[in-house]
Write a protein that binds this ligand. Structure first.
Ligand SMILES: [Zn+2]
Ligand SMILES: [Zn+2]
Length: 146
């Protein structure tokens, strides 16, 4: 499994990617501020490739979301929207075709992308591991605790 998280050093804004997480031992050094910080990898991660506790902050509450590339999805809708506005004046059928196409592209993207487990507290993201059945989708009430 791979982990992606913000450097725990507040003054540093580096996004650290590390994997495979199950082989991590002791501390990891941030490539930007060079400060080492511990990664606490649990037995469940090591033996089952499944997150039960965040390796960065120790939080036990995590949620699962679709790993949707929001930038791309938005760009498709935006481009299609502009194109259809222009086309509406000349060719109504083409305008509808463009909009339908954009919806289909977004739908395909949505179905094709994998899932990512995210920590409520520090937003560390875990990919390519097995999903933990204890984790559910994003919950606003839980999120507000952090
Ligand atoms: Zn750093
Ligand atoms: Zn965390």
């Amino acid at each position: 499994m791979r982990i992606q998280y913000n450097c725990p050093n507040d003054a540093c804004v580096a996004i650290i990617e590390y994997g495979p997480l199950e082989e991590a031992v002791g501390s990891i050094e941030c490539p930007r501020c060079h400060r080492p910080h511990p990664l606490d990898v649990t037995e469940t991660v090591r033996t089952h490739n499944r997150v039960d506790r965040c390796a960065v902050c120790g939080c036990r509450e995590l949620f699962i979301r679709k790993d949707f590339p929001q930038g791309i999805g938005l760009a498709v809708v935006l481009v299609a929207g502009i194109a259809s506005v222009i086309l509406f004046r000349s060719n109504l059928l083409a305008a509808y075709a463009v909009l339908t196409g954009a919806v289909l592209v977004d739908l395909c993207l949505y179905l094709a992308v994998g899932k990512v487990t995210t920590c409520y507290a520090c937003r560390a993201e875990y990919r390519r591991g097995r999903l933990n059945p204890d984790h559910e989708g994003f919950d606003l009430a839980t999120s507000e605790k952090y």
